[in-house]
Design a protein around this ligand. Structure first.
Ligand SMILES: Nc1ncnc2c1ncn2[C@@H]1O[C@H](COP(=O)(O)OP(=O)(O)OP(=O)(O)O)[C@@H](O)[C@H]1O
Ligand SMILES: [Mg+2]
Length: 253
């Protein structure tokens, strides 16, 4: 189980997270929504231990990762796969080397087994025969899917996905949504998914939370989101200009 308790993170004067509370039960898929700049990526980076919060606690299976020393952080990171918003592949490595990176460091698979695992994971995200290529030879959507293959390659217990379907065509977005559900059902992987893609959110989420002004302002099922009377959530998911969330543009038509 992942528990986030009263989490704070600022950059200078800019307060990004102002007391975030969150719980993700084992086997659950939690979707996080919220406006651009709401702090979704920052929250994920704190959860996977890439960033330290200013205040608050993050418990992964009851171990507080804000308190453990560096050597133990790796043990915890082994449990969590992370898909970066920008895919963040190593440009100088081939696709195979990129995906094998976590497998080599975090598992005991042999070279042959690693090779097989890499192609299996590529296949899961709808790619094949690109092992020898460098990331620069791939389209944006392909890089994203390689990032996803890398996040799941060592079969972590938890996977955090930062916008897994952004930049993918609608059919591939659906494939990735189904993949997240498959990983949950077949491998019991617990997922946290940040997305702006409400269609996919409704499909994959056990629960949806919305971040606004540094806090969780909503926590409910897809049906509860669709029927909500919370004017902030309603405005956001329906993409309306009118409502309590200020729209920072003077552009009108
Ligand atoms: N390293 C940093 N230094 C200073 N400010 C930062 C840093 N990283 C993020 N921020 C700020 O924190 C805020 C939240 O950023 P974050 O990337 O979490 O947004 P987000 O909710 O993921 O948005 P998007 O939907 O556009 O990806 C933004 O205002 C951003 O400018
Ligand atoms: Mg982001």
């Amino acid at each position: 189980m992942i528990q986030v308790k009263n989490l704070y993170k600022s950059f200078g004067q800019k307060k990004v997270l102002c007391g975030v509370d969150l719980e993700v039960k084992d086997g659950e898929t939690l979707v996080i929504i919220g406006g651009s700049g709401a702090g979704k990526s920052i929250l994920l980076k704190n959860i996977v231990g890439l960033m330290k919060p200013d205040k608050g606690n993050i418990l992964i299976d009851d171990v507080d990762i804000t308190k453990v020393d560096k050597s133990h952080i790796y043990e915890i990171q082994r449990k969590i796969g992370f898909l970066f918003q920008e895919a963040a592949l190593f440009d100088s490595l081939t696709i195979e080397e990129n995906i094998a990176f976590g497998i080599k460091n975090l598992t005991n698979l042999t070279k042959e087994e690693t090779k097989t695992r890499v192609s299996q994971c590529l296949n899961m995200v709808g790619l094949s025969d690109i092992e020898h290529l460098k990331p620069s030879a791939l389209s944006g959507g392909m890089k994203k899917r390689v990032g996803l293959a890398r996040a799941i390659a060592y079969k972590p217990k938890y996977v955090c996905y930062d916008e897994p379907t952004t930049g993918l065509d609608p059919i591939m977005s659906d494939v990735i949504g189904s993949l997240i559900t498959y990983l949950k059902k077949e491998l019991a992987i617990t997922s946290i998914v940040v997305t702006h893609d409400m269609q996919s959110a409704y499909k994959i989420a056990d629960r949806i939370v919305m971040l606004y002004e540094g806090k969780v302002i909503f926590d409910g099922t897809a049906n509860e989101v669709k029927q909500t009377k919370n004017t902030y959530v309603k405005q956001f998911v329906e993409g309306l200009r009118e409502g309590p969330i200020p729209v920072e543009t003077t552009f009108t038509m």
